[in-house]
Ligand binder design. Structure first.
Ligand SMILES: *Cc1c(COP(=O)(O)O)cnc(C)c1O
Length: 455
């Protein structure tokens, strides 16, 4: 049809990437090694073997540039990948901006977010190596739903510790996990030593990802047939998400554009890394000069306010120490609706590329994030997950800055998931019941005072 504007840039199924991209192959500076929590010496594969299958441990430390995606994993990806890239023409118009805005939409996965990209891979490697059951944590429930579905596909049992505030806020997410066949417990729970210790100290706690991780790790460490799966933060998880950026590069080429700014929200850092790491690889080679912007909540600002230090990945101190931007492993973030962003730390890899000056970081308040989400749904029709609203807010800021400067600019952001299970948060927002949270200075200072003494 002449004059019809293209808004979708789609790839055929055979263009699903054949390999994940590992940016560690191209980074000039290596990452600081994870340390054993007891000896404070760098850990080896044997230390992780009770928790993860060997294939994932190898990916965790790999410096190979391309890691082949197993065919059974690609076959499952084919149900929703390649995911669409949209040009947000109506949002551009609503903002009256000279900027072009593109978004990669990961909400088309059956679980509703990017998390399924790694859940399928993790369940596959566990199945191949004979695991019977996977234990995990979930914040808002997107990760739990993704792993529950992947476990159903590969015939694994799935045990999920769901952060208590989300367990209460998001009953339909819990129902989805249970329908996939998973067993879901509110965290902290009385089932684990880590959970009981927190409850003894804070009986009314909202819970946090850091606490739920301790519970799931404890269960996996105690049972030889159970392994642990993490939905973000670790190198192998970020690696699996690079299908997002690899596809986006081809789709931007179809659109005949190159991004000047790339934006993603950051909780543990996986959807952000998934979109941006392939571009960072190009930046390192001098083939891309886009700015790369991570957007986090002001209530839990690890990248913008947390020091780059060794810390535990969990509140119960069962995990190795990793060097990352952290607010302190005992920090329990305020109960914002973007449950997937309520993590005290940040992926060591994302922290590392921030230190190297390859990315920038900024934060937005809860109300600004929801205002952006509402503006987005009215223009584009897709209701974002509360986490993804932070990326939308970041992209809108960039588009308005372009307008102010009277400059054209191409913005690409990751719409990491839909908000169909998060409507209570939109109801509360519309009713004026959501609030901003100031930077929780005192609690963070206390949590940081307890950082392990390692440089
Ligand atoms: C879990 C989640 C996030 C935050 O986690 P990352 O690892 O930082 O990506 C963001 N958006 C959605 C939709 C999520 O489910």
């Amino acid at each position: 049809m002449p004059g019809m504007q293209t808004i979708q840039f789609n790839l055929p199924q055979e263009r699903i990437p054949r390999a994940w991209y590992n940016v560690l192959a191209d980074l000039a500076e290596p990452m600081a090694p994870p340390l054993h929590p007891g000896t404070l010496k760098p850990i080896g594969p044997d230390d992780l073997a009770p928790l993860f299958p060997i294939a994932l441990i190898q990916q965790e430390v790999s410096t190979e540039r391309e890691i082949e995606i197993p065919e059974p994993v690609r076959q499952i990806y084919a149900q929703w990948r390649p995911s669409p890239l949209f040009r947000a023409r109506r949002l551009e118009k609503a903002l009256d901006t000279p900027a072009k805005i593109y978004y990669k939409y990961e909400g088309v996965s059956p679980a509703g977010s990017h998390k399924l990209n790694t859940a399928v891979a993790q369940a596959y490697y566990n199945k191949v190596e004979g695991t019977r059951r996977l234990a995990t944590e979930t914040g808002a429930g997107q990760w739990g739903s993704s792993l529950a579905m992947a476990c159903a596909f590969f015939g694994l049992e799935c045990k999920v510790y769901m952060v208590r505030v989300s367990y209460n806020q998001k009953p339909y997410r819990r129902a989805l996990m249970e329908t996939f066949g998973a067993s879901v417990t509110a965290s902290p729970s009385t089932e684990t030593g880590a959970g009981r210790a927190i409850l003894a100290e804070h009986p009314d706690t909202n819970g946090s990802l850091g606490i739920a991780i301790s519970e799931a790790v404890e269960v996996a460490a105690k049972d030889p047939e159970t392994k642990y799966a993490l939905g973000s933060v670790l190198n192998h998880v970020l690696l699996h998400q690079t299908v997002i950026g690899l596809e986006a590069m081809e789709q931007m080429a179809l659109a005949g554009d190159e991004p000047d700014v790339i934006v993603g929200c950051t909780g543990g850092g996986s959807n952000f890394a998934g979109l941006v790491m392939p571009y960072i690889g190009q930046k390192i080679k001098g083939k891309c000069d886009a700015r790369v912007v991570a957007v986090e909540p002001t209530a839990c600002p690890s990248l913008t306010k947390g020091p780059f230090k060794y810390d535990f990945g969990d509140t119960g101190h069962l995990t190795p120490l990793v060097k990352m931007h952290t607010l302190g492993s005992t920090f329990i973030p305020p109960g914002i609706h973007a449950g997937g962003l309520r993590y005290h730390g940040m992926a060591p890899l994302v922290s590392h590329v921030l230190e190297m000056g390859l990315i920038e970081a900024t934060s937005v308040q809860q109300l600004e994030a929801f205002a952006a989400g509402v503006q987005f749904v009215r223009a584009e029709g897709i209701i974002p997950a509360p986490e993804a609203n932070h990326a939308v807010a970041g992209a809108i800021k960039e588009a308005l800055a372009a307008k102010e400067e009277g400059k054209a600019r191409t913005i690409l952001f990751n719409l990491s998931g839909h908000g169909h299970f998060d409507m209570q948060s939109y109801i509360d927002y519309q009713a004026g019941k959501l609030q901003n949270y100031d930077y929780p200075e005192e609690e963070i200072a206390m949590a940081l005072a307890g950082l392990p003494a390692v440089e």
